[in-house]
Structure formats: C-alpha cells, structure tokens
Design a protein around this ligand. Structure first.
Ligand SMILES: Cc1cc2nc3c(=O)[nH]c(=O)nc-3n(C[C@H](O)[C@H](O)[C@H](O)COP(=O)(O)OP(=O)(O)OC[C@H]3O[C@@H](n4cnc5c(N)ncnc54)[C@H](O)[C@@H]3O)c2cc1C
Length: 428
C-alpha cells in the first residue's frame, strides 16, 4: 500500500518505520525543517534541546525503535538506578534487583523520612498492588494519596506526578499515575532505571530516522487537507496516519469525522519551561537532582549536562506544570534565585536561555476522554494524546505510532482476505 504519515515526531517516526518494515510504500510529511517534533534539538543550535527529556527503563518500544535505527541506547543514554536526591539529602534510592524488593528496601532505607512515613508508603503501595494499580477513573492523584504522610507526598508523589504527567497532583489522573508506577516500579528489573540523554535529542532518534527514511521524507511540508479516498493535498494514497499534533489532527479530520475531531480539539495543554543556566567550573551533587517547588521556586528538577557528556558548566532546570509561571512571567529570574539559594556554585550562575513549550503535553486530568486511534477506514491517528494507559510521553507516542501502523496493516489484510474470498476460484 501507499501510506502517508503526516507528522514526524516520535509517533510518526515509529509508524513510518513499522510500515516501511512491513513492506509498504510510505511518505512522511513534516511541516518543520527537521524531524523530532516536541523532542527535538533546537534548529541552528543542535547543542540545545527544546526541553530536557528523560526516559526510563520501562520505555521498551522507544528503546527498540532506537535500536532499529542503529542507535545503541546504552551509548546515548546514561542509565542510573532510580534515585531522587535533593540538595544535601540522599532522598529515595532504589537498589538493584527485583523491583518489588528494591522498592521495599529503598523505602525502608530512606534516612530522611520517619519510620511511620516509610511504613505508610509501603502500606499504600501494597494496597495499590492488591488492586492491580487500578482505581476509579474520576480520582485525582491528590485524592488517591490523601492518606499518605505529608513528607512522602512532598518528596515523592508530587515530583513524580508532575514529572510523569506534567499535571499537578490535585488535577492529575490517579489512574494514569498508577499505571506509570506499575510499569516503572513493578514490571521487571531495570524498568525504573532513569535513562538520561548523553547526546542531543536529534542524535537519539530524529537524525538517524532522517538518514533511514531518506527520499521518503518530505520536510517543510505542512499538510493542508485530507480528502476521502485518500488524497493528501491532492496526492493519492491507500491509507493515512495522522501523526501530527492533536490540534492539527482535529483540523484535518474535521470534515471526515466530526466527533473524533471534537474529542481531539477538546484536549487542554500544560506548558513546560526549561531554563538553562551557565556556571563555569560548577557541578551538581548528582547528574539529576530533585528540587522542592514553592511559591518562589518554580523548578522541580535540575540536570548537570557536564556529568551527562554535554557541555561542562551547563545546567537544565525543568519547570513542569508551568502554567502559573507562564501566566505571571519572571520564571527565569525565579529559577536563577532558586538555584543560587539552594545549590553551591563555583562561579555565580547566569541564565543562558529560557525555552517555553506552551503546549508541551495534554493536561492529564481524571476521567479524561482521549480520541481513539481509528478515525475512519484507512485513516488512523498516532500521537501521545491518543487513548491509552500512558500520559504524554515519548513511549506513549511511540506505542501510538506502532498501534496506528498495525491498524493500517490489519485493515489492509482484511481487505486482501475479503478480495481473495470473493474471488471466483475460492467461491463455491
Ligand atoms: C519541554 C518538554 C519536555 C518533555 N519531557 C519529556 C520527558 O522527560 N519524557 C518523556 O517521555 N516525554 C517528555 N515530553 C513529551 C514528549 O516530548 C512528547 O510526548 C512526544 O515528543 C510527542 O510526540 P508525538 O509524535 O506524539 O507529537 P509531536 O512531537 O508533537 O509530533 C507532531 C509532528 O507533527 C508535525 N505537524 C503538525 N502539523 C502538521 C501538518 N499539518 N503537516 C505536517 N506536519 C505536521 C509537527 O511539526 C511535529 O513534528 C516532553 C515534552 C516537552 C515539550
């Protein structure tokens, strides 16, 4: 089949590679001058990413896709056992080994929490496990964790929630949060490991994908319309995968399936701000450090690029769920003040640059209805926002891309079987 893929983020790349591997003739339309979408290196400054990204060991399909494109994840990512150190505090550290035992040992060994807090967390985790990490769809993370000790909420639940769901705990879906916990903490050795990029994002996937796709790639092409049949800006295809943003997918799908488009259009977004600081000669106590967010402290995490194979003296401070800071302004100054206050520096840090992604991810709220992958026969959508167990993440995007590719292939198979069973030789 001739299949058009509209959008070249991680979802579009995953769909394109899977369809090409299955023998289909593909074309990838991407409106930007480069692949990568929301996980890209900044055009013209490949040393900077549009935002600090982290992967975890449970990102099975993303890691497989990287390998398929000739990238060795163990070389381009730094694998660390899950640890959430704060400035001057070792925080939670998971020892190696079977996830359940590692989690129990890590929690019991936490020196900063009273025993009652540690036992309270283990009791709650046992309850989640007993219910197979399921809960009522309408529950928020804050409601789910209401009974947990305040220190556990502050040092573990809230930073993990905003990092994984990019949505503050009081507005975030408990069901999605529990699924992330299940896959990260309880699904096989290494699944909770942090995988921190050692190379710019362009080298993780987009660059290798550009080389792999070659002439099948149409960069700088914003698709204007899709017509039934299928025609992409007038060009004929047998099937189409809309792997663009939900806003663009809604615009393109509106004339074809108004209900689907309305659902995609209904998603709300949360921003992420990344503030790069520069301080020659400085290092952080760990490559990744958790920070306590507050009224005058926007960032939840800091990354030391010098310890990650990047430029020494460069630090990325991440502000997830950043809507209040985007509204009121002054985020870079507040991050600089927070960093100066909370960390030791060899030379005074200065703001290198501030990158704001206003529509970084969809707001992952309780009971959220997300559009399904199938829009119409031969027309599928892929992207981190498609209905599924995950929040907006690289892994969610890749899985959605693979699912769309499977959907296209399955329909092609059905059509082929139908044609075959209707043929004179097979019909009695
Ligand atoms: C600052 C930031 C930090 C993040 N941190 C993390 C993290 O640490 N871990 C993690 O797992 N996830 C993280 N994410 C989320 C992750 O980046 C996204 O979930 C993922 O990149 C989404 O991929 P996608 O392919 O679904 O969509 P996108 O990346 O948005 O791709 C859609 C593509 O479609 C193109 N397009 C749109 N309209 C058209 C059109 N009409 N024609 C042609 N092309 C079109 C766009 O240019 C874009 O390239 C972060 C996101 C941001 C912004």
């Amino acid at each position: 089949m001739r299949v058009a893929i509209v959008g070249g983020g991680w979802a579009g790349i995953a769909a394109a590679v899977a369809l090409a591997d299955a023998g289909h003739d593909i074309a990838v339309f991407e409106m930007a001058p480069q692949l990568g979408g929301r996980a890209r290196s900044v055009a013209g400054q490949p040393d900077y990413d549009n935002g600090q990204h982290i992967l975890i060991g449970a990102y099975r399909d993303s890691l497989a896709l990287m390998r398929r494109l000739g990238v060795d994840p163990e070389l381009v990512l730094k694998r660390l056992p899950l640890a959430l150190p704060y400035p001057g505090e070792p925080g939670l550290r998971l020892p190696p080994g079977s996830p359940l035992i590692a989690f129990t040992r890590g929690v019991l060994a936490h020196g900063g929490w009273p025993l009652s807090a540690r036992l309270g967390l283990l009791a709650a985790a046992g309850g989640w496990l007993a219910h197979d990490f399921r809960c009522a769809a309408g529950l928020s993370v804050a409601e789910l964790c209401a009974g947990l000790p305040a220190t556990v909420k502050r040092d573990l639940v809230e930073p993990l929630c905003v990092a994984a769901l990019n949505t503050p705990a009081r507005q975030a879906s408990a069901q999605v949060f529990l699924r992330v916990l299940k896959d990260a903490l309880f699904s096989g050795a290494g699944s909770a490991d942090l995988l921190l990029p050692r190379r710019p994002l362009s080298e993780l996937l987009a660059g290798p994908a550009t080389a792999w796709l070659g002439g099948r790639l149409r960069l700088g092409r914003r698709v204007q319309s899709i017509e039934p049949g299928w025609r992409v800006d007038g060009e004929a295809f047998d099937a189409v995968v809309l792997a663009c943003t939900s806003v663009e997918a809604a615009r393109l799908a509106a004339p074809l399936n108004a209900g689907w488009a309305a659902e995609a259009q209904g998603l709300r977004f949360e921003p992420i701000v990344t503030v790069y600081l520069h301080s020659p000669g400085s290092t952080l106590p760990a490559p990744m450090l958790a920070l306590r967010e507050g009224a005058d402290a926007p960032a939840q995490f800091a990354f030391d690029h010098g310890q990650l194979g990047g430029a020494p003296g460069r630090f990325a401070f991440v502000v997830s769920g950043a809507a209040p800071w985007v509204e009121r302004g002054g985020c870079a100054e507040a991050v600089l003040a927070q960093a100066t206050r909370e960390l030791r520096w060899a030379t005074p840090p200065v703001v290198d640059r501030l990158l704001t992604e206003k529509r970084a991810t969809f707001a992952c709220t309780p009971g959220l209805a997300r559009p399904p992958a199938r829009i119409a026969p031969g027309l599928f959508a892929a992207g981190d926002y498609i209905a599924g167990p995950y929040p907006a993440t690289l892994e969610g995007a890749v899985r959605a891309g693979l699912a769309a590719a499977q959907g296209v292939a399955a329909e092609a198979g059905t059509a082929a079987n139908g044609a075959a069973s209707g043929s004179p030789t097979k019909t009695p």
